[in-house]
Design a protein around this ligand. Structure first.
Ligand code: URA
Length: 262
């Protein structure tokens, strides 16, 4: 198969980026290898570690310090835009910070931007965002009245899942965002958002269906948080809409009990 046919096949299969997971510095001049006489190998070579530690403490610590120093959401957005500690920032087109009304009392947290979000700089504007709008409309909510953000503010190349490191680096910014906005309720869309905010490793099917208490650094009281199935999952699994409907009704009932938020 020639290169053009191979490329066309990849596009037909859905590849929409020609990127590697991490940026490569192609401008760097490769060092010229020294010509040395080969030395005999020592008898016993210690095995090279094959697994790199998943946690990079320095960027995570830096993210925590920078996020903690932000005293407003505008500060936090500017700090994220200037932050170079997450490799995703280098491959994304736009920072996707948030959309909607920070005063609303209800904050929805998704996983990370897709192609449309990356292009426009706004969360949940692509296909799953349109489905989210319809989900909210089904219980009488207009998304523009609430605040919507993501755990990961930059699109992972080709919509791959973010790595554990990327999640750890981005999480302090999300937690600070929540602390600055002080929502009365959180909706966590998908496992990544739910695990990021609530901690632990439970799957979304175990977490959904009831309110949890999210402990947010900087807030005196826990915030009620409702994990829900992600709209993209619901688009692929129509049979799960029944669970989503049950969760939407939980949300509606909770908002009805707090008339200031309806
Ligand atoms: N999926 C998400 O989790 N967030 C977005 O912004 C878009 C799709």
């Amino acid at each position: 198969m020639d290169a053009f046919a191979a490329l066309r096949l990849q596009v037909e299969w859905g590849a929409d980026e020609a990127l590697e997971p991490l940026p490569r510095d192609r401008m760097r001049v490769a060092p010229v290898p020294e010509r040395v006489a080969p030395r005999p190998l020592p008898e016993a070579q210690p095995a090279a570690p094959t697994v790199q530690p998943a946690v990079q403490p320095a960027p995570v610590r830096r993210a925590q310090e920078i996020a903690a120093a932000a005293t407003s959401t505008a500060d936090l957005r500017a700090a994220l835009a200037a932050f170079d500690g997450c490799p995703l920032a280098a491959t994304a087109t736009n920072l996707v910070f948030a959309d909607g009304n920070p005063q609303a009392g209800l904050m929805l947290v998704g996983e990370g931007p897709g192609e449309e979000e990356d292009r426009t700089g706004k969360p949940f504007v692509g296909r799953s965002g349109q489905f989210l709008d319809r989900m909210l409309a089904s219980i009488g909510l207009d998304r523009s009245r609430y605040l919507i953000t993501n755990l990961i503010p930059w699109r992972p190349p080709g919509n791959r899942n973010p790595t554990d490191n990327e999640v750890l680096i981005c999480l302090p910014f999300l937690l600070r965002h929540i602390a600055l906005v002080r929502p009365r309720r959180l909706v966590l869309l998908g496992a990544l958002a739910a695990r990021g905010v609530l901690g632990g490793s439970a799957g979304i099917t175990r977490l959904r269906g009831r309110w949890h208490s999210a402990t947010i650094p900087g807030l005196e009281a826990p915030v009620p948080a409702l994990p829900m199935l992600h709209p993209a999952y619901l688009l692929r699994n129509a049979g799960a809409k029944r669970e989503a409907w049950a969760d939407l009704r939980l949300l509606r009932r909770s908002l009805d009990a707090d008339l200031t938020q309806v």
